[in-house]
Design a binder for this molecule. Structure first.
Ligand SMILES: [Fe+2]
Length: 176
């Protein structure tokens, strides 16, 4: 039926989104290597994200669909924040935190939409899955929000220390 196909398409968007986020979080966990608390939070959510992809895949299959390998518009959007973890920019952790925070809210919106659709269609199983996943996304958004001030302050502090190092250096012309 047409409405089921639409829900399957939305679930495929969510599936593509979770897969993109898996790659992003792998890179962001590497970037956070000097910040154990942040890194472990990201790693935990990386595992959760893999579970989400599995849960979404199960729902797609239960509804008679199959996971599409075609990258959706949404997964492209989510993949934009994907950073290559080489030669970290000085404010990489701040940029990562902003991207991840936005990403979590995109996910919350997506699962809220899917949960509404599930309720409208009387699909309790799908509704429960969306609620389970949404709870993880909300917890991650909260974790990122709580960590943001520390990440910003530490980044600034490191810059100030690096600048003090520059001033004692003999060659000022090499500094940006
Ligand atoms: Fe997720």
């Amino acid at each position: 039926m047409a409405h089921t196909e639409m829900v399957i398409a939305w679930l495929n968007d969510a599936y593509g989104m979770e897969q993109s986020i898996t790659h992003v979080l792998e890179n962001h966990a590497k970037d956070a290597k000097d910040h154990p608390q942040l890194q472990s939070g990201i790693q935990q959510h990386l595992e959760a994200t893999k579970r989400h992809a599995d849960l979404v895949k199960q729902q797609i299959e239960r509804l008679g669909g199959s996971t599409s390998t075609v990258k959706t518009a949404m997964s492209h959007v989510m993949g934009m924040g994907q950073s290559v973890s080489t030669g970290m920019a000085k404010d990489e952790l701040v940029k990562n935190a902003l991207t991840d925070y936005a990403t979590e809210h995109m996910e919350i919106a997506s699962y809220r939409a899917l949960q509404t659709a599930a309720m409208d269609l009387g699909d309790q199983d799908l509704a429960r899955t969306c609620e389970t996943i949404m709870a993880d996304e909300m917890a991650m958004a909260q974790f990122l929000e709580q960590n943001l001030p520390t990440v910003v302050s530490m980044t600034l502090q490191q810059q100030m220390q690096a600048h003090m190092g520059d001033q004692t250096s003999t060659d000022m012309s090499a500094q940006p």
